[in-house]
Design a protein around this ligand. Structure first.
Ligand code: ADP
Ligand code: MG
Length: 449
C-alpha cells in the first residue's frame, strides 16, 4: 500500500472513531486498505458478515469520511479476499436451496455484533435468552419461537444472535432473516410482477425462517393468508420459524385468529425492561465494545437516566463520546450528565433532583460524591452516604435498587439497612435529628422553587 493510502486510511479510522461513534466498531482495525485508485477506495473486509454489514450500513459514512479528509469525491467499495471465497459463502448459505437458486448475500444483512456473547442476560430477558440460545444451538427445539416485548429491549439482537449462531454451528443451513416490512415489500412486488411462485419458493424452501417485527403483517391483499401457508408448509416440514413482535400474539391488532394460534403453538417468551444492574452491565459491555473508558459514577448515572429503552444507551454513549472528543477531555460524570441530563422524574412533579441531595449532603459533611459512590467504608463516609440514601428514598421516586446502584452498585438490602440506621439515629440523637431536619428543609426549598 502506498504511503499516502496508508495515511488516508489511518486518518479515516480516526475520523470515523471520533465522529461516528455509533457506527464505529472495534473490528474496523482489521480492515485492509487496498488503496485509492481513480476515485475508488477499495477496502478489504475478510469476514463476509462484516463485509455485508458495511456494504449496507457503512458505504455512505465511509465515503463522507473519505471526502472530509481528501476534499474529493471518493467511492468506497468493500471487497472480499477473493470473489471465490464470497461465492463459496453464498453457496453455504443456500445449501438446502433446490433449483440451484442461490440466496443473494444481500438478503442476509446481520449486525455482526449482535451475538450471544455481546448480549447481557438479566431477569427481564432470561427466558427469551434461554429459548433463543436453545434454538441457536439446536434449530427446531422450540417451534415456532415467538419473542415479544417493547421497543429497544433486544428482540432484534436476539434474533440475529440466533442466526449468527446457526451459521456458525450449522454452516450449511439455508437461513432467511428478514424484517416483516421487507417480507411484505417483496410480497407486494411479487404480486405486481406475477412472480408469486418464485416468492413462495424462496420463503417455503428455507431451513430456518426468521421474521423480525411480525406485528407489521397487515391484512392487505391477503398477505396474512400468504404467510399462513408459508408458516404451515415450513412447520409441517419441521423447519425452524422464529418471530419477534412488539406485543403478545393475541394482542397484535388485526391478526387473524388462526395465525394467533399458530404463533402460540411453540415457545412464547416475553422480554421486559432491564433492571438497574442489568443496565449497568449493558453499559459496561457497550462501552468496552467501543473502547470507551467510563468511570463508575458516569456508568451509574447513565443507568439511572436511561431506564426502558436500551437503544437510548447506545445514543447516550455516542453523545458522551462525541462530547469528550469535542472538549478534548476524558469522559467523566460531568460529560455523562451533559449527555443524558438528570434522571427522569427527578425534577418532575415538584421532585428535587438527586443532585441537590448529594450536593447538600456532601457540602454539609465535607465529603466528595465520588467517595460516597466508592466502596470506602469509614464512618465519615458511610453516614453521609446513608443520609443521602434516606433523603433520596423520601424525596424521589427511585427504587431502593436504583438508589443502591447510584451509590457504587450496592444492592437494595444495603439501602434498607441505611434507612433503618438513619431512623434509629433520629430517635436516639437529637443533634443528628436537627441536622437532618435542616438538610430536609434545604431539599424542600429546592422542591418548591
Ligand atoms: P428491539 O428489536 O427490541 O427494538 P434491539 O435488539 O434493536 O431492540 O436493541 C436495541 C439496542 O440495544 C441494540 O444495540 C442492542 O444490541 C442493545 N441491547 C438490547 N438488549 C441488550 C442486552 N440484553 N445486552 C446487550 N445489548 C442489548
Ligand atoms: Mg427490532
Amino acid at each position: 500500500m502506498a504511503e499516502t493510502d496508508a495515511r488516508l486510511w489511518a486518518q479515516m479510522l480516526a475520523h470515523l472513531r471520533a465522529h461516528q461513534p455509533g457506527l464505529w466498531r472495534h473490528w474496523f482495525d482489521q480492515i485492509v486498505c487496498l488503496g485509492l485508485n481513480g476515485g475508488v477506495l477499495r477496502l478489504r473486509v475478510d469476514e463476509p458478515l462484516q463485509r455485508n454489514y458495511l456494504r449496507s450500513n457503512g458505504t455512505e459514512t465511509f465515503e463522507d469520511a473519505a471526502r472530509a479528509i481528501t476534499g474529493r469525491l471518493v467511492t468506497v467499495r468493500f471487497v472480499g479476499q477473493s470473489d471465490e471465497a464470497e461465492e463459496a459463502f453464498a453457496r453455504g448459505l443456500s445449501g438446502a436451496h433446490r433449483n440451484g437458486q442461490a440466496l443473494a448475500l444481500s438478503d442476509l444483512v446481520l449486525d455482526p455484533d449482535n451475538t450471544f456473547e455481546n448480549f447481557v442476560m438479566g431477569p427481564g430477558n432470561r427466558l427469551a435468552h434461554a429459548a433463543a440460545l436453545g434454538v441457536g444451538e439446536r434449530p427446531g427445539s422450540y417451534n415456532p419461537l415467538f419473542i415479544y416485548g417493547g421497543v429497544g429491549l433486544g428482540k432484534t439482537h436476539l434474533l440475529q444472535a440466533i442466526c449468527l449462531r446457526i451459521l456458525q454451528s450449522h454452516p450449511g443451513t439455508a437461513l432467511t432473516y428478514v424484517s416483516c416490512e421487507e417480507y411484505m415489500t417483496q410480497y407486494f412486488a411479487a404480486m405486481q410482477t406475477g412472480e408469486l411462485v418464485a416468492f413462495r419458493q424462496k420463503f417455503r424452501e428455507v431451513g430456518v425462517l426468521v421474521i423480525d417485527d411480525i406485528h407489521f403483517l397487515t391484512k392487505r391483499e391477503r398477505s396474512q393468508e400468504e404467510f399462513f401457508h408459508t408458516f404451515n408448509s415450513l412447520f409441517v416440514a419441521g423447519k425452524q420459524i422464529i418471530l419477534s413482535s412488539d406485543a403478545a400474539p393475541e394482542i397484535i391488532p388485526h391478526l387473524e385468529a388462526r395465525l394467533i394460534s399458530r404463533f402460540k403453538q411453540g415457545m412464547v417468551a416475553e422480554m421486559e425492561p432491564p433492571d438497574f444492574e442489568t443496565r449497568v452491565a449493558i453499559i459496561r459491555k457497550k462501552a468496552e465494545m467501543r473502547q470507551l473508558r467510563l468511570p463508575e459514577e458516569a456508568i451509574f448515572h447513565i443507568a439511572t437516566c436511561v431506564e426502558n429503552n436500551i437503544r437510548e444507551i447506545e445514543g447516550a454513549l455516542s453523545q458522551v463520546q462525541l462530547r469528550a472528543e469535542l472538549e478534548k477531555r476524558t469522559p467523566d460524570l460531568a460529560i455523562a450528565r451533559a449527555a443524558v441530563g438528570e434522571p427522569a422524574g427527578a425534577s418532575r412533579g415538584g421532585e428535587m433532583t438527586v443532585q441537590t441531595i448529594t450536593s447538600a449532603v456532601t457540602e454539609f459533611y465535607n465529603v466528595k460524591l465520588t467517595d460516597l459512590q466508592s466502596k470506602k467504608r469509614p464512618r465519615s463516609i458511610t453516614l453521609p452516604r446513608q443520609v443521602c440514601m434516606y433523603l433520596m428514598k423520601h424525596n424521589t421516586r427511585h427504587s431502593l435498587q436504583e438508589i443502591g446502584g447510584y451509590f457504587g452498585g450496592r444492592d437494595h438490602t444495603t439501602v434498607m439497612h441505611a434507612l433503618e440506621r438513619v431512623e434509629e439515629l433520629l430517635k436516639s440523637d437529637s443533634t443528628f435529628e436537627e441536622q437532618l431536619r435542616r438538610l430536609q428543609d434545604q431539599v424542600a426549598k429546592h422542591k418548591m422553587s
